[in-house]
Design a protein around this ligand. Structure first.
Ligand code: NAD
Length: 444
């Protein structure tokens, strides 16, 4: 069994550490945020991700947490880089945390392999290799081993990978990393470092392309009377296409897709190529989030003074991650239109939202007195939203289903005005009267 050091106790670092410990390896996880390390030492996981608490608990004797770079490097056979690579203002990936790791590496006497799991632009490995050599660490190996886990099912994705990508300068380093994953059932793709880096970026870009594609089909469906859920079913059964990532909705968010698409676009531009398709994918996604506003206006007229409940705040279900969540754009747009916004989510807090957004403790509290309820994230708790107590609590029973979670017929039969994404649109009723006197509205 190996000794594995991990830089970064975020989604990728903690899941990687927990899973390697489960596979029998000895793992030391280092972060730079003292509160995170303290919480982990006290047995608390700093974010919501199913199975992680149980894994950390079960393997506690093979896991330790530290702030100290010397401790994570001491005797390590592998050092995994799992730090964040957020976008810079220009959209390029900010690699400053990656470089901090490289710069902070202590003298390493034994052969160690530095393994890059963070998502980085193509060419990063070559630059890190030069950086390591310049620091006299030419005996430290370098391997690109991008991570493909999806939040909300991260442990399952790690333990049953679609593939394990390993790009090495020195094949023996690649072989060593491959042995770490022994016990997992998934094909291994061996590649050069540049190609391994590109596999991650291309896979994400392709998934985003499918999302924006089906969202545009949905928008055309709305204009032509087709139902995108049926269209996606029929398209997805084509074995050349497959069913995944063909769910129309209000666009993708999260910690990866938005930043990785920008980073790939910028990488292409910096290399002299205008990646037109990816630019369109990004633009379609931005517009898609905002379509909710026009749907609300169709039913309510002006949104000034209207109370709108945003149901689901995290960027997807089964996580509390709010990074680039559509709820942030939506709440900002609704407030700008003069609406009152109340949000609900079973696990995510509202800290990332504008301060004037009220946070409700339950779905019923959120919809109480609301002129519209918008399903922003497809939490299971919302599957029975079209029920009597919800209808009675709302001032105006309108559901805009941003994730096509509900059955339109059933919702309408239950007395709601219902609008999904890319589904046939029913006749609208005249907007309900404003809920407040004009004098009060002008004070908003
Ligand atoms: N979240 C995902 O679903 C996902 C999936 C695949 C790949 N990735 C990629 O993996 C990387 C990490 O993503 P994440 O979501 O885990 O990020 P995160 O922000 O949740 O975690 C990163 C952690 O690294 C820590 N850190 C920063 N500098 C450090 C240093 N010098 N030493 C030790 N720790 C340091 C931060 O404090 C933070 O806790 C990113 O490049 C991301 O694009 C993420």
């Amino acid at each position: 069994m190996s000794r594995v050091g991990i830089f970064g106790a975020g989604w990728v670092g903690l899941v990687t550490g927990a899973c390697f410990a489960e596979l029998g390896h000895q793992v030391v996880i280092r972060d730079v945020v003292p509160e995170k390390v303290d919480a982990l030492r006290a047995g608390k996981v700093p974010f919501h991700e199913q199975e992680v608490p149980e894994l950390l608990d079960r393997n506690a004797d093979r896991l330790s947490y530290t702030l100290d770079v010397g401790e994570v490097a001491d005797g390590a056979d592998f050092l995994f880089v799992c730090v964040d690579t957020p976008p810079t203002y220009s959209g390029d990936a900010d690699l400053s945390r990656v470089w901090t790791v490289v710069d902070e590496l202590p003298r390493l006497d034994e052969r160690t392999v530095l393994v890059m799991k963070s998502t980085v632009p193509v060419g990063t490995g070559e630059k890190v290799r030069v950086g390591l050599d310049a620091r006299g660490l030419d005996h430290v190996g370098y391997v690109s081993n991008p991570e493909f886990l999806a939040e909300g099912r991260a442990v399952a994705d790690f333990m049953s990978p679609d593939r394990i990508v390993i790009g090495a300068f020195d094949e023996s380093d690649g072989d060593a990393v491959e042995t770490l994953y022994e016990g997992l059932d998934g094909p291994v793709v061996r590649a050069d470092v540049n190609s391994a880096e590109m596999i991650k970026l291309a896979a994400n870009a392709f998934l985003m392309t499918r999302i924006s594609f089906i969202n545009e089909i949905a928008n055309v469906c709305e204009l032509t009377g087709a139902d995108v859920t049926k269209v996606a079913e029929g398209v997805g059964l084509d074995h050349r296409l497959g069913p995944h990532f063909l769910r129309a909705g209000i666009g993708y968010g999260g910690s990866c897709f938005p930043k990785d698409s920008l980073a790939l676009k910028q990488l292409a531009s910096n290399s002299g190529y205008h990646f037109q398709l990816l630019s369109a994918v990004i633009e379609v996604n931005e517009l898609q989030k905002r379509r909710v506003i026009s749907k609300l206006k169709r039913h309510l007229g002006s949104l000034r003074g209207r109370r709108v409940a945003l149901l689901g705040l995290a960027f997807k279900p089964n996580t509390d991650d709010m990074r680039e969540a559509p709820s942030i754009v939506l709440s900002g747009r609704l407030l700008a239109e003069g609406a009152e916004v109340v949000g609900w989510d079973p696990v995510a807090g509202g800290q990332a939202l504008p301060r004037s957004v009220e946070i409700a403790a339950s779905v019923l509290e959120a919809v109480d007195g609301a002129d519209a309820a918008v399903i922003v994230t497809e939490w299971d708790e919302l599957r029975d939203l079209a029920r009597e107590d919800v209808r009675e609590a709302m001032a105006n029973p309108l559901i805009v289903d941003g994730r096509n979670l509900l059955d339109p017929e059933a919702a309408r039969a239950a007395g709601f005005a219902y609008e999904g994404i890319g589904r046939p649109i029913a006749e609208t009723q005249p907007p309900p009267p404003p809920r407040r006197p004009d004098r009060e509205l002008s004070e908003l």
